[in-house]
Design a protein around this ligand. Structure first.
Ligand SMILES: Cc1cc2nc3c(=O)[nH]c(=O)nc-3n(C[C@H](O)[C@H](O)[C@H](O)COP(=O)(O)OP(=O)(O)OC[C@H]3O[C@@H](n4cnc5c(N)ncnc54)[C@H](O)[C@@H]3O)c2cc1C
Length: 307
């Protein structure tokens, strides 16, 4: 029996949904990406360990997917297994007066609403970031002057050979859009967030204001992966540098520099990963030639694609 077939059998036996040859464009916010050999929806930590042990034993390539909101997936897709966190790995619970624990597969937005309903303040900045809790920690996602490092208390992960581990904030090497997880093939299974007691109406108002700012500034009506580039050092903004190079509205194929926010590349309809990759390279070149600043991508890639 092939390693894939035995993985399908094992996953099915454990009650984990499996999809074969599924186009990843259905699962990315860019709406781009070819098929993955397998997608496995893992429903709890015990089954994750069993599945990972199998993957490790047979040396099958794997990749952990969050909400696919910071990913450019190649047009050829991915030869390996996509792990999606499901079931118990999406649950959110209150630990004590100010600490909540979120399954890494839980949408970050759900964590924001949970915090608001429990009158816990501190996570409002994350309202509107369309990732999962695991993806947010991996990226140290942030907005409006705050990021996950400001609220994370601890997190659990599983190593590729199936060992569980807990890390405290201090051990996570959190910096601008980077964490220890970005450099290691760990699967984050849950994150615990430490918040302050707040007032429901204040938190709600804050979240509403944040979402309005996003709607005004970001091209949310088009598929995208958010800001393509990191903020360069020296107080510059990638969007501003791109705009100063007259690249607003520049398109390759169906990938276009947004006219609303030059830091976003939008998919105007059936864009390919290659369109996006070529547009990123063009932007980098033009910005470098004009300013001497080499932009660095914030988005991650999967499959055979260079940016
Ligand atoms: C419209 C829009 C607005 C955005 N605004 C912001 C913003 O304001 N601030 C910001 O920081 N980002 C923003 N983003 C980018 C994106 O939402 C964040 O980076 C988010 O944290 C990614 O989470 P995800 O679950 O979608 O991760 P994915 O895109 O699925 O994955 C990103 C990386 O995280 C890894 N990963 C995901 N889950 C796990 C896990 N459980 N364990 C280990 N690794 C994992 C993946 O392997 C991958 O390498 C925006 C995106 C869009 C489309």
């Amino acid at each position: 029996m092939s390693p894939y077939q035995s993985l399908i059998n094992l996953s099915t036996k454990l009650g984990c949904k499996v999809l074969i040859n599924e186009p990843l464009k259905k699962y990315t916010s860019f709406k781009i990406g070819g098929p993955a050999d397998l997608i496995v929806y893992v429903n709890n930590e015990k089954n994750l360990i069993e599945i990972l042990t199998h993957i490790y034993e047979y040396e099958i390539p794997f990749f952990t997917f969050g909400n696919g909101s910071n990913l450019l997936v190649s047009d050829e897709g991915y030869r390996g297994v996509i792990i999606c966190l499901d079931g118990d790995l999406k649950c959110i619970r209150k630990e004590n007066d100010t600490l909540i624990t979120c399954g890494a597969g839980a949408p970050l937005g759900k964590a924001c609403v949970f915090a608001m309903k429990n009158e816990l303040s501190g996570l409002e900045f994350a309202w509107g970031i369309p990732g999962t809790c695991g993806g947010a920690l991996f990226m140290n996602a942030g907005a409006y002057g705050k990021d996950i490092s400001n609220v994370i208390f601890k997190a659990n992960h599983v190593t590729p050979d199936g060992k569980t581990c807990t890390l405290r904030q201090d051990d996570m090497n959190l910096s601008y859009r980077k964490s220890l997880y970005s450099d290691n093939p760990f699967i984050i299974t849950s994150i615990s967030i430490s918040l302050d007691k707040g007032i429901y109406e204040d938190i709600k108002l804050n979240m509403r204001q944040i979402v309005l700012k996003r709607k005004n500034k970001q091209p949310l009506e088009y598929p995208s992966a958010g800001s393509i580039f990191k903020r360069p050092v020296g107080g510059y903004y990638a969007g501003e540098l791109i705009e100063n190079c007259n690249l607003k509205g520049t398109a390759i194929g169906r990938a276009m520099v947004s006219t609303k926010h030059s830091g976003f590349i939008i998919n105007t309809g059936n864009a390919t990963a290659e369109d996006v990759s070529n547009l990123i390279k063009l932007i980098k070149e033009k910005v470098y030639n004009k300013t001497g600043i080499m932009l660095e991508c914030e988005i991650k890639t999967l499959g055979n694609i260079s940016i």
